[in-house]
Design a protein around this ligand. Structure first.
Ligand SMILES: *Cc1c(COP(=O)(O)O)cnc(C)c1O
Length: 336
């Protein structure tokens, strides 16, 4: 399925994040964030006839890549802003990342989240010592509360994706992949707010312009896809999905990731819930990995034959934080 919404123009683009920003981020976060393994997948390579490698962000200390962006953003603050304390609204992994980084750096953090966030994610953040506020039924409600506390308590916001330092941090994944796999042809990236896909696209395309970067979302609430189709960020209805970490909007006043994704992504694929479940199942049964819905969409897109690969491919396995009961149920089901 080729999206018709991603129009290309030949003019030079001035992008809000550069390769130099990402290289500085890599130096800044080195030693505090893990360089994750890139492992060859025999089953997916055999299936596609192309060498497929999995980038295991599940191996970060918080079980997801978001530590890269949060750590880079927090380390980029001046001392005054940092010691005031940090705040963010998050559907889970970003909150976990801010809580972890804050604890590592000895700074207080408050995390606002909606009541749709799964309990395992809430408890993980609480265990990292952050203050938690559960507000409303949507990411937007949580965001409003974070903005209120930013004003009333003078806390410093750490955004989940729409921030140049956060994007630069996520982009360090692209540097690591290019070092390990210089003949990279395609990257499959889970796509929500676009910090991950935007950062990786800047890095890999700066180092090798021909690399295809494909964003993958779920059909149920694909915010960046809707925004690019509309030509500007739009409000979307949030729906429950197995890829819960891909939920939420891109922000109506988005100033970094919308431009990056519109200008740099070569395609966006959308998946059904059954296809995502199949990705989770394959990861568990064939690759021996516990992967959450959002982390499994790259594998799912391959299994659903929604992408034709040519050349070495990297699939970003973005996170592994899934409710164990849900995971067990999905893995036990027969393939559809
Ligand atoms: C946040 C997240 C994503 C999407 O990242 P964006 O920068 O918002 O596009 C993908 N996978 C997991 C596991 C996440 O936590």
């Amino acid at each position: 399925m080729k999206s018709e919404i991603l129009s290309r123009s030949t003019e030079e683009k001035v992008l809000p994040v550069t390769l130099a920003d990402i290289e500085r981020a890599a130096a800044r976060i080195a030693g505090r964030v893990r360089r994750t393994p890139l492992v060859y997948s025999g089953t997916l390579s055999e299936r596609t006839g192309q060498p497929v490698h999995l980038k295991l962000e599940t191996r970060q200390p918080i079980g997801a890549f978001k530590l890269r962006g949060a750590m880079n953003a927090i380390l980029s603050l001046d001392d005054a802003a940092r010691t005031c304390g940090l705040i963010t609204a998050s559907t889970g992994n970003h909150g976990r990342a801010v809580a972890y980084a804050a604890r590592e750096l000895g700074v207080p953090a408050t995390i606002c989240m909606s009541s749709l966030v799964p309990p395992n994610k809430v408890e993980a953040i609480r265990a990292l010592g952050a203050e938690i506020r559960v507000v409303g039924r949507s990411q937007d409600d949580a965001q409003v509360e974070a903005e209120r506390l930013t004003e009333s308590r003078g806390l410093t916001p750490i955004p989940p994706f729409d921030d140049a330092n956060v994007v630069a941090g996520q982009g360090t994944i692209g540097l690591e992949i290019m070092e390990a796999l210089p003949d990279l042809a395609t990257v499959l990236v889970p796509l929500s707010g676009g910090g991950l896909a935007g950062g990786i696209a800047v890095a890999v395309k700066a180092l090798k312009p021909g690399v295809r970067v494909v964003g993958i979302s779920m059909e149920r609430g694909a915010a960046m896809h809707a925004a690019i189709a509309a030509g500007k960020p739009v409000a979307i209805r949030e729906e429950e999905t197995l890829a819960d970490s891909l939920g939420g909007g891109v922000g109506l006043s988005n100033h970094v990731t919308f431009t990056l994704c519109r200008d740099l992504l070569d395609d966006i694929l959308l998946l059904t819930e059954d296809e995502i479940a199949e990705g989770i199942r394959h990861a568990a049964r064939q690759e021996d990995m516990t992967v959450e819905g959002a982390g499994a969409v790259g594998i799912a897109a391959i299994l659903a034959d929604k992408i034709a690969l040519s050349g070495p491919t990297a699939v970003i396995i973005s996170g592994g934080n899934i409710d164990p009961t849900l995971h067990q149920r999905i893995v036990a089901e027969a393939a559809t």
